[in-house]
Design a protein around this ligand. Structure first.
Ligand code: NAD
Length: 249
């Protein structure tokens, strides 16, 4: 259970939900983990639980919507652990809901910054470190809404489709350098991101999944770990659905 021994992984938005599950699972498999989050307390809590189980992790507080902060998270990996081999660009927010013309511009821009520009900044600073390390693997967080549309989640759909395209472009650009880039597309996952939804909306989400339930953060994390691992050595530029057949319909 130490397939990531000697490797360093950066996980953004790792203070909660899917990012937390991935950070914990990576550490359990031997990776040194940089736990980024906007929320210091959340990041420190994840680091503490990794340390308690004998793993290695450090917090890196920062806003992924800021290129400087993302650069700082990569620099933390280098200064603490000597380099960077793996990255999960996961942080994201759900953002304002409504038809396109009902969305406030500030809310739109924030979703694009946090869910899309963050992934560009991530890869922009991660890839040079992976080149120095002789290779690496990146997983970018998209969504079912990076594959299909939704009338009322316009900023989110826009950002997540952007992540899908950016992942493909980066995968093509670095395929011959041993740097793999894939995206994951979860269906609705039972995490704090969904906590603010009205109960009837939550129930209706379950009905959208042929599997008859929402997914768990751990189920997404296991797919992310596979894509970051050497088992997926010939997988790059792929869009991995983790959605209980939502997008198969
Ligand atoms: P979550 O709210 O449980 O966790 C997200 C974490 O990201 C939080 O700890 C939050 O503090 C942090 N964060 C938010 N903005 C940040 C910023 N600007 N900089 C750094 N950290 C920031 O959410 P989750 O459900 O685990 O979602 C993680 C990712 O998965 C998101 O990109 C989301 O869009 C995507 N996703 C979630 C679902 C779902 O149903 N939960 C489905 C598909 C995709």
């Amino acid at each position: 259970a130490d397939q990531f021994e000697g490797r360093t992984a950066l996980v953004t938005g790792a203070g909660s939900g899917i990012g937390r599950a991935a950070a914990v699972a990576l550490a359990a498999e031997g990776a040194n983990v940089v736990v980024n989050d906007l929320d210091l307390e959340a990041a420190q809590d994840v680091v503490n639980s990794i340390l308690e189980t004998g793993g290695t992790a450090v917090p890196s507080v920062g806003d992924v919507g800021s290129a400087e902060d993302v650069k700082g998270a990569v620099e933390t990996a280098v200064s603490e652990f000597g380099g960077l081999h793996l990255a999960f660009n996961n942080a994201g927010i759900s953002g304002p809901l409504g038809l396109l013309t009902d969305i406030d511009l500030e809310g739109y821009r924030r979703v694009i910054d946090v869910n899309l520009n963050s992934v560009f900044y991530g890869m922009y600073y991660q890839i040079p470190e992976m080149q120095k390390a002789g290779g690496g693997a990146i997983v970018n967080m998209s969504s079912i809404l990076g594959v299909v549309g939704s009338a009322t989640a316009v900023p989110y759909v826009t950002a997540k489709h952007g992540v899908t395209g950016m992942t493909r472009a980066a995968a093509l650009g670095y395929a011959n350098q041993g740097i793999r880039v894939n995206s994951v597309h979860p269906g609705y996952i039972d995490t704090p991101l969904l906590a603010n939804l009205p109960e009837e909306v939550y129930a209706s989400l379950v009905g959208l999944h042929p599997a008859g339930r929402l997914g768990t953060a751990e189920e997404v994390a296991q797919v992310v770990l596979f894509l970051l691992s050497d088992k997926a050595a010939f997988v790059t530029g792929a869009q991995y659905a983790v959605d209980g057949a939502y997008t198969t319909q």
